[in-house]
Design a protein around this ligand. Structure first.
Ligand code: UDP
Ligand code: MG
Length: 310
């Protein structure tokens, strides 16, 4: 088996069949004999029924049916565990990512020594606010982390089996694929692509979900924010010490009385705020440590369906 395609699906009843058609139309099945691994990530609609119909009618399909919604990252992990191909690719079920790029990716892997081909959007087609926030996020995370995060890089990628094994060896619960792919290294080829509009249904990402995902990404790949508390504490201690000396000199040498209910309140609130912020940051790390040490499984598959011939 040369190729495995991993397709995470959450409430994609209107897309899975169209997706399959588009795949076989673009990538000649007789030539490549690929397997399609669909992950039904706790869909609440008829995604599983649609997938089972495909399973009945077509070949080389696997469905990993999750016991509930575990998120796309868990879906990808499950798919990687099941994949048998020499090249493995991750692609969304909503037809936003055209399978024709898979052929191009395969060509790069065939003809060069690159290990990973990652599709990235040259121009983001999202609204101005979201684009600005995403850009800010990449600036921040690149400043804080030692590894590189490429802005606009997607989960739409193809890679060799050696990369799959490296990724599977990272068994962490909080999975931030973009970071994991950077962390394992390997030579990555970045391929520009245009995102198409969704075939049916709507995106599962709200602003709040993206924000939490961004925090997960930062906390998973750097401990730099923890240092913030130390630095702030240091700065505040030094400046308050200098201020104290100034006040003493003013009072003892010049007899100037210290004025200021407002200034005391302002400083008190500022320091209180910084303390809470620092506690919050420590809390973020502690909470993740707590979850990680429990070693809970990343996903639970209720059932795996397969009609694979090879
Ligand atoms: N997805 C998933 N589990 C989730 C959320 C999304 O498996 O909890 C899948 C979804 O079905 C789709 C892919 O991940 O195939 C990308 O999701 P979506 O299209 O909502 O994200 P966007 O393209 O807007 O970034
Ligand atoms: Mg999408």
């Amino acid at each position: 088996m040369k190729l495995s395609f991993i397709v995470p699906c959450y409430n994609e009843e209107g897309n899975v069949k169209a997706f399959y058609e588009k795949m076989v139309e673009t990538i000649d099945y007789n030539k490549y004999k690929y397997e399609l691994i669909f992950i039904n990530d706790g869909s609440k609609d008829k995604t599983l029924e649609r997938l089972k119909e495909l399973l009945k009618e077509k070949v080389n399909i696997k469905i990993i049916h999750f016991s509930r919604n575990f998120g796309k990252e868990a879906g990808i992990y499950a798919g990687l565990k099941e994949a048998e191909g020499e090249y493995i690719a991750i692609i969304d079920a909503d037809l936003q990512q055209n399978p024709k790029f898979l052929l191009k990716m395969m060509k790069v892997l065939d003809e060069t020594d690159y290990d990973v081909v990652t599709a990235y959007q040259k121009v983001r087609k999202e609204g101005f606010i979201l684009t600005t926030f995403k850009k800010m996020f990449y600036k921040l995370i690149n400043k804080l982390c030692d590894i590189d995060f490429v802005s606009g890089a997607s989960d739409f990628r193809m890679f060799r089996r050696s990369v799959l094994e490296a990724i599977l060896s990272m068994g962490e619960y909080y999975r931030f694929s973009k970071g994991i792919f950077s962390w394992v290294g390997f030579d990555t080829y970045y391929m520009p692509y245009d995102v198409e509009s969704r075939n049916s249904g709507k995106t599962k990402w709200s602003f709040w979900k993206l924000f939490k995902y961004a925090i997960d990404g930062i906390v998973s790949f750097t401990t730099a924010p923890l240092r913030l508390a130390t630095i702030l504490g240091f700065l505040i201690s030094i400046s308050s010490f200098i201020y104290l000396i100034v006040l003493l000199v003013q009072k003892l040498c010049f007899g100037i009385a210290v004025a200021g209910y407002a200034s005391i309140l302002a400083v008190l609130l500022l320091v209180g705020g910084i303390q809470l912020l620092s506690l919050g940051i420590i809390g973020e790390y502690l909470a993740r440590t707590y979850i990680e040490v429990k070693k809970r499984p990343i996903y639970i598959a209720k059932k795996i369906y397969s009609n694979k011939k090879m």
